[in-house]
Design a protein around this ligand. Sequence first.
Ligand SMILES: [Zn+2]
Length: 341
Amino acid sequence: MIEKRYDTLISQLYEKIPINDRNNNKNFFFQQIACLTANKNETSGAFLNSTSQSFYNKFSDKEFSTLLCLRYNLDLDFIPTNLNCTCKRKNKITGQIQPKVIDKKGFHICNACNSDGCPTMIHDAIQNVAALAFKSGGCHVVNQPVMEDLDGKRLVPDHMITGNGTHDGRSIMIDYRHTDSGQTDPFDSTSHLIKDIDGKNAQYKAVSNRNGHLFVAFVVDRFGTVIQSVQDLMFQMFKRNARNNCNEISDAEANITASRKLRFWLRRIACAMAKTKAMCIINRTDKLIRIQHEKKHGKGSKNSSSYFDNKMIEEEEMEKQVNDGTFDECAYVKDDDDLCA
Ligand SMILES: [Zn+2]
């Protein structure tokens, strides 16, 4: 019933988006729709829930108001118009390096910027809470195990889950991905998986065939809602765990325990993501405003241009770290120069 009301609301709002935008500005359009579709998920407002705040992190006033804006797809007014990012992007047509302007909804900072590692921080926040969830389901979690595919090529998943992850004892290779880049169809969360069919997914499949491990992409939408297939997997894990812990437990009781645990961890993941996103947007914006200011006015006795050059070296270092990392969304969107509106 509620589902249906939301769907009507989404289709009404969808109609309001100018056709021009739908066709000519696909990324922007996807971002708008991603917000609408993510909004109907159960955990989309998890950060508003006082219990979930207390068991993860409390939000500052600015973080909280930032998250409310994100939730309702409003512009963040502390982000100045025409604020340039320090990351470098090649224009696809001219091949020239062009500055990237920060959008007022934080998309660039959270999903595409390769300068300050924000997409990686968000990725890691999800990954760290998920690891706790798997442990609480009776699994053992290995961070970044080194695997080989059929051709002996190196592949490093974010996690290897052993123990209670599957009913038949198979180990699970997990790759965490968050998806509001505007690159994939927000109506279909699995499009994130289809997109990468020849790349990383294919590599995982090869390792899977070779070693018998299950591959799971832990996909999370822009409000931290976990893709349904992974929710199902976690539910079964919690249910097995409940049974392992108590022989007497009935099926109904095991179901209740598993749902309760699942809800708890889904909320925690959503809150961890919200907190990290808000911090990233606020800190990155402050930093860029400072850089812009110093570039324009100088910094006291310091030579402003050399100060700025040092900043750029710092940024390059961080960019290298992001590139060395395994973060996947970041890697495949960074060549796209029209990612954000
Ligand atoms: Zn950037």
